[in-house]
Ligand binder design. Structure first.
Ligand code: SF4
Length: 270
C-alpha cells in the first residue's frame, strides 16, 4: 500500500494513537486462505516494513481472532510481532454471530471454529507457551487476562447463559458511556452486537444520537442485556475493567490480577 505525502500528513495531523493490524495466522497461506484473498499477508508485511509505515507517527499493534482453526498460532503471532518490531499483540475469541450475518444457516460449520471442552487443555497449554515467548521477546499481550475468561467464553458461547455472569459478579456494559459506532453505509450503532439505531446520511449525527440512543442506554444501564450480548467479546475487556472499578468488592481477586497485569505491561515487565 502506497500512501502519498498528503495522506500521511492527514494521518499525522489526526494524531492517531494506534493502528491495529488484523492478522490471524503467522503462516501466509493459512492466513490468506482464511481471509479468502491470496497475497493479503504479504501486502500487510510489505506495508509494515515500508517507509510509509515509519512516517506515520503512531503505534502499531497486531490483533488476532482466536478459534479452533488457529489457536496453535499464538506463539507464531508473537514471534511475527517481534520480527516486525510491533510491541503489542491483542487476542480475542471468535464471535460467529458478529462475523456471519446469516448465523443461523451457519450451524453446520460452527464446530470448525468453536474450541470445545475437549480442546481447553490444549488451548491453555498454547496460551502458556505464547506467554513464555512474550516474556522472552519483551512483547506485551492481553494473554494474561484472556486466559482468565476464554475457556468460559467458548463453553457458554452457544448456550442460553451470558458468559460474563459466569466469569465475574456485577457485570456492567461500558457502551452507554463511551461509544458510538458508524458503519461503512452510515448506520449508527450503540454496539456492533446490536442493530442500527439510525443512519447518519443526511442527518445531524449529534441530533439523531441524542434522540435515539437514549433508549438503548437506558436498557443497558439497567442491566437488561440484549440476547446477542451473551457473546459480548470485543468490548468485554473494557466492560470487565469498568465492572471491577464499579464493584471492586465483588471481584477482588480479579481486581488484583488486573492491577498486576497493567503494572507489568506499563513497566515493561512482561
Ligand atoms: S455486546 Fe457487550 S458491549 Fe455490546 S451492548 Fe452487549 S454487553 Fe454491551
Amino acid at each position: 500500500m502506497n500512501l502519498s505525502e498528503s495522506e500521511i500528513s492527514i494521518l499525522n495531523n489526526a494524531k492517531i494513537n494506534k493502528i491495529i493490524i488484523s492478522l490471524d495466522y503467522a503462516t501466509p497461506d493459512k492466513h490468506d486462505d482464511q481471509r479468502g484473498r491470496k497475497g493479503v499477508f504479504y501486502d500487510i508485511l510489505e506495508f509494515l516494513e515500508s517507509d510509509n509505515s515509519r512516517l506515520i507517527n503512531t503505534n502499531y499493534c497486531i490483533s488476532s481472532v482466536v478459534s479452533k482453526r488457529n489457536y496453535k498460532e499464538l506463539t507464531g503471532l508473537i514471534e511475527l510481532a517481534y520480527f516486525l518490531r510491533i510491541k503489542h499483540v491483542n487476542f480475542q475469541p471468535i464471535c460467529l454471530e458478529s462475523i456471519f450475518i446469516d448465523y443461523n444457516k451457519f450451524n453446520g460449520k460452527k464446530d470448525s471454529y468453536y474450541i470445545d471442552d475437549m480442546f481447553h487443555k490444549e488451548l491453555e497449554d498454547e496460551i502458556e507457551k505464547a506467554l513464555k515467548r512474550t516474556r522472552e521477546l519483551k512483547i506485551s499481550s492481553n494473554l494474561p487476562l484472556l486466559k482468565i475468561w476464554i475457556e468460559k467464553y467458548f463453553k457458554y458461547m452457544d448456550s442460553k447463559y451470558f458468559f460474563f455472569n459466569k466469569v465475574m459478579n456485577g457485570f456492567i456494559c461500558s457502551r452507554p458511556y463511551n461509544y458510538l459506532h458508524i458503519n461503512y453505509n452510515g448506520d449508527l450503532l450503540a454496539c456492533t452486537h446490536i442493530g442500527p439505531i439510525d443512519n447518519i446520511n443526511n442527518n445531524d449525527i449529534k441530533k439523531i444520537w441524542r434522540k435515539n440512543a437514549i433508549k438503548y442506554k437506558r436498557i443497558l444501564i439497567a442491566g437488561k442485556y440484549y440476547n446477542r450480548c451473551r457473546n459480548c467479546f470485543c468490548d468485554f475487556p473494557s466492560n470487565y475493567r469498568l465492572s471491577l472499578l464499579y464493584k471492586p468488592y465483588k471481584n477482588f481477586p480479579h481486581l488484583i490480577k488486573h492491577c498486576y497485569y497493567y503494572y507489568q505491561r506499563y513497566f515493561n515487565k512482561m
